[in-house]
Design a protein around this ligand. Structure first.
Ligand code: HEC
Ligand code: HEC
Length: 377
């Protein structure tokens, strides 16, 4: 991963003219990613896409888009092979190609917990649209004229989702085969799961919200149920469940996430906005794949800002910070290519909270020694 990181770092350093991103703009979920104005599709746009791709994407996705760049062997999951016709993050029905907007969203926000960086912090809208055109040019299926339209997502259910009922749906749908009874992603089928190219695929550990590729929001989980993930064994359940069952199951999936002390409810990113100036600022760094300090003390109710930096590479690429109980607000993914390196938050309930690195860039687990404790007094 180091070579990849260095390359990205060098590129990012060359583009330092962009103003720093405010912590408030932490990467939004997939469906909430703003779609920038689309330039006309011209040969010049495609040529620009090739140029931007060769500067930023080849090291992982390869010159011919086959997902075989020199960084690929260091990555789990592997970079996407753009010639395979298999895309995971879509609004389209199972088996279909993504829409252009879907590709724009993925390129803009990256994929949480993987090596795929959020390019919205480095590349302007026009460059990301140029990349959409260039990525499509690797596979003739994108030009076959077949419609690639978003599926409608189910509206409200008759009743709010219930984790208790969702538990029964989880059993009935046999989610545990892959995700396990405890949601940790190690069900009986987990060791045998492969993608369409035959590479082993890890089933998602549902207890770690910051690793949900497209975000941990209800709508994102619903979208995954509807569309499934092409090329890997996460099926579509669009036809298999009633609307109420889907909402109940989402409530159950969310209940796997580790809670803070007591019966603390998870807080959403929105609740962390508008906190104002921090009462306390903490410099946290990664050193030799550990956090320094690994224990942080704050007071309940005070506004805390964490400024994150790393030592094993210049820009903090490849490492992150997530906090159990409020992962969705306190979450830095990869800290790559100009993504925010600070998060501001507030914890109201005293207790000990676990923090961890939520970025996958090694071939085994998420950096296993990047763990720490936030003590809220
Ligand atoms: C550091 C390695 C790395 C770089 C650099 C990188 N990607 Fe990726 N990309 C990945 C990985 C890994 C995945 C697969 C994520 C997954 O399967 O969950 C991915 C997935 C994708 C996908 C597939 C989304 C889907 O729905 O399946 C697209 C599109 C994409 N990348 C575009 C790009 C573009 C365009 C660039 C350059 C601006 C780029 N990537 C640079 C690693 C990288
Ligand atoms: C045959 C195995 C299999 C079954 C059955 C299965 N999943 Fe999955 N699921 C996976 C795999 C594999 C992934 C990760 C795919 C990837 O990112 O490559 C996944 C990913 C997910 C995600 C993560 C989405 C994200 O944004 O990262 C959720 C949520 C999920 N599954 C929920 C469920 C639920 C609920 C059920 C039952 C209705 C279920 N899965 C059934 C294999 C399975």
């Amino acid at each position: 991963m180091k070579r990849v990181i260095l390359l990205v770092a060098v590129l990012a350093a060359g583009c330092s003219a962009k103003p720093p991103v405010e912590p408030a703009s932490l990467t939004p979920p997939f469906l909430e990613t703003p779609i920038g104005p689309r330039p006309a599709t011209t040969p010049a746009l495609l040529a620009k896409g090739k140029q931007v791709y060769e500067a930023n994407c080849v090291q992982c996705h390869g010159a011919a888009g086959k997902g075989d760049g020199f960084g690929a062997p260091f990555l789990v999951p592997l970079p996407r092979d753009f010639t395979s016709g298999q895309f995971k993050f879509r609004t389209t029905a199972s088996g279909q190609l993504p829409t252009d907007e879907d590709l724009f969203r993925t390129i803009s926000r990256g994929a949480n917990g993987t090596g795929m960086p959020p390019w919205q912090y480095l590349l302007p809208d026009e460059d990301r649209w140029a990349l959409v055109e260039y990525v499509k040019s690797f596979d003739a299926r994108f030009a076959d004229g077949r419609p690639r339209a978003p599926m409608p997502l189910p509206g409200a259910a008759p009743e709010p989702g219930s984790a208790g009922r969702g538990k029964e749906v989880y059993a009935k749908m046999q989610c545990a085969k892959c995700h396990g009874d405890d949601g940790r992603g190690v069900g009986p089928s987990a060791p045998t799961l492969t993608d369409t190219a035959g590479h082993h695929v890890n089933s998602r550990d549902l207890t770690l919200p910051a690793t949900f590729r497209t975000g941990w929001a209800e709508r994102e989980i619903m979208r995954t149920f509807e569309t499934g993930m092409n090329g890997v064994p996460m099926p579509s359940y669009s036809e298999a469940m009633q609307i109420q069952e889907k909402y109940d199951l989402i409530a159950y999936v969310k209940s796997f996430a580790k809670h803070g002390p007591g019966d603390q409810k998870r807080q959403t990113a929105q609740s962390m906005e508008g906190l104002g100036a921090p009462d306390r600022t903490i410099a946290l760094r990664e050193h030799a794949w550990k956090y320094e300090p690994s224990e942080i003390h704050v007071k309940a109710g005070e506004v805390v800002r964490i400024d994150f930096s790393t030592t094993d590479n210049g820009l903090g690429a490849g490492h992150g910070f997530a906090l159990d109980g409020i992962d969705q607000s306190v979450f830095i993914n990869g800290a790559m290519v100009g993504a925010p390196l600070s998060v501001t938050f507030k914890v109201d309930t005293p207790g000990r909270y676990h923090f961890y690195c939520a970025t996958q860039c090694s071939t085994s687990e998420l950096h296993p020694h990047m763990q720490g404790v936030l003590v809220v007094e």
